[in-house]
Design a protein around this ligand. Structure first.
Ligand code: FES
Length: 166
C-alpha cells in the first residue's frame, strides 16, 4: 500500500477570502465552475453564503449559481470529514465485488453516501470509474487511489489514516 499522507488541510469558511479568490475567474469562460472548484479546493466545500456573492461577481442570479452548483454532485455544501473517501460504483469494480465492499465500508464506518463519520474523519462518496479498472475494486482517499481493496485492507488503512488525522 502507498505511503500515507495526512489529511488535506482546509481553511475555515470566510466570505471575504472566498470573494477575493474568485475574482480571477470573473471574465473567464466557465468562470462559475472554476470559481466553485477553487472555493472547494480552499475550504473543502462551498458554503451557501457564497451564492449571492458569486451572483454579483458573475452577474447571474442566485438561482443560476445554485443551479450550476447542484448539477455537479462533486460540490459539497457542508464541511467534509478530514478525508474524502470515494468507492467506485462503476461496472468493472462492480464485477469485482464493489457493491459488497461498499456495504461493508458503510457498516464499518456507520455512514451512508454523502455522510461524515461521527469522528469527523471520513466523508463517504460514490464515484463512477477512477480509471484504474484493472485493479478493481478501487477506492480513492483524497487524491490517492487504492486498488484491489478488501474490507480487511480497508479497515487497516482507515485505522492508520485516523491515527494520522489526530
Ligand atoms: S470501474 Fe472502477 S475504476 Fe473503473
Amino acid at each position: 500500500m502507498q505511503q500515507l499522507a495526512g489529511p488535506i488541510k482546509y481553511q475555515e469558511w470566510n466570505l471575504d477570502t472566498a470573494q477575493m479568490s474568485v475574482q480571477e475567474f470573473r471574465d473567464r469562460t466557465g468562470g462559475v465552475m472554476l470559481a466553485l472548484h477553487k472555493l472547494q479546493q480552499i475550504f473543502g466545500y462551498v458554503d451557501d453564503s457564497a451564492m449571492p456573492m458569486l451572483g454579483k461577481v458573475f452577474n447571474l442570479s442566485r438561482a443560476e449559481i445554485h443551479g450550476v452548483k447542484s448539477f455537479y454532485h462533486d460540490f459539497k455544501s457542508s464541511k467534509p470529514g478530514k478525508y474524502t473517501l470515494k468507492v467506485c460504483q462503476a461496472e468493472a469494480c462492480q464485477a469485482m465485488g464493489s457493491q459488497k465492499l461498499t456495504e461493508d465500508i458503510k457498516a464499518f464506518l456507520k455512514v451512508d453516501f454523502h455522510e461524515t463519520t461521527d469522528s469527523g474523519d471520513f466523508t463517504l462518496e460514490p464515484v463512477y470509474c477512477l480509471g484504474n479498472c484493472a485493479s478493481s475494486p478501487n477506492i480513492m482517499i483524497d487524491n490517492e487511489t487504492y486498488g484491489r481493496v478488501s474490507i480487511e485492507g480497508f479497515k487497516t488503512l482507515a485505522d492508520a489514516l485516523s491515527k494520522e488525522a489526530v
